[in-house]
Design a protein around this ligand. Structure first.
Ligand SMILES: Nc1ncnc2c1ncn2[C@@H]1O[C@H](COP(=O)(O)OP(=O)(O)OP(=O)(O)O)[C@@H](O)[C@H]1O
Ligand SMILES: [Mg+2]
Length: 222
């Protein structure tokens, strides 16, 4: 079972008169199969916290420690950029508001590319199975621009999960979709994260989406 442990985390951004402490003394733990929603007003630091957890931003104090299932613990906040990006590729999956698929690759190739980056064997077969799991098995040869927003986001979910990550970090994954499509994508996200046993950390403004998660962390109180 994968595990995330965050101890006494402090993140400041900006400099001089513009310096801003987004949070300090933040603690949390999350196990594989559990989900956490990050909420709070615009500018409260939700994306910044997600970036800290994914090793894309370095905190001023505290520790972010990941223990993928059956693997040693990695203190992501304390290792160098090379080790952080290797860890991200192998053990994390990211989902963004605006999908961020590679436009020149088909849906299948977008997913297979991530499996390959993560060092998995048989990346095409894995990608095919994962596209099937998100209900897009028949659209593998489609290019992103020919897919609807909801379909593109399901390809992005498949890409985030194809390598069996310890966790999926999702920043407003339904923020660019209409209500019904958002519900359908959220259902697939929670179902597939549970299926592969990953942890899920998701930023959302949508109370209905936050309510699907096992817990909520509201930012904005420092
Ligand atoms: N590199 C940076 N330098 C200076 N300020 C920054 C930097 N990164 C973020 N900030 C500031 O930190 C605050 C938090 O930003 P962040 O993007 O984490 O907020 P958010 O909660 O995700 O907001 P939204 O809901 O609008 O996406 C903002 O005021 C932002 O301007
Ligand atoms: Mg944000």
């Amino acid at each position: 079972m994968a595990r995330l442990q965050v101890d006494d985390l402090t993140l400041r951004v900006g400099a001089g008169a513009d310096a801003l402490t987004l949070f300090s003394g933040l603690n949390l733990t999350l196990e594989g199969g559990e989900s956490l929603a990050l909420t709070g007003r615009s500018g409260s630091g939700k994306s910044s916290l997600l970036h800290c957890l994914g090793g894309l931003l370095t905190p001023q104090a505290g520790r972010v420690c990941w223990t993928p299932a059956g693997q040693p613990t990695v203190a992501l906040s304390a290792v160098g950029e090379g080790a952080r990006s290797a860890f991200r590729r192998r053990h994390l999956g990211f989902v963004f508001q605006f999908f961020h698929l590679i436009p020149t690759l088909t849906a299948l190739e977008n997913v297979a590319f991530m499996a390959e980056l993560a060092g998995q064997d048989a990346p095409l077969e894995r990608a095919r199975a994962m596209l099937d799991a998100v209900g897009l098995g028949a659209r593998g040869s489609a290019f992103p621009e020919t897919l609807s927003g909801g379909e593109q986001q399901r390809v992005a979910l498949a890409r985030a999960l194809v390598h069996g990550p310890a966790a999926v970090l999702a920043d407003e994954p339904t923020g660019n979709l209409d209500g019904r499509t958002a519900d359908a994508v959220a259902a697939v996200l929670f179902e597939q994260v549970r299926r592969v046993g990953a942890a899920l950390i998701l930023v959302t403004h949508d109370p209905a989406l936050a309510a699907r998660a096992d817990g909520t962390l509201a930012l904005g109180a420092g």
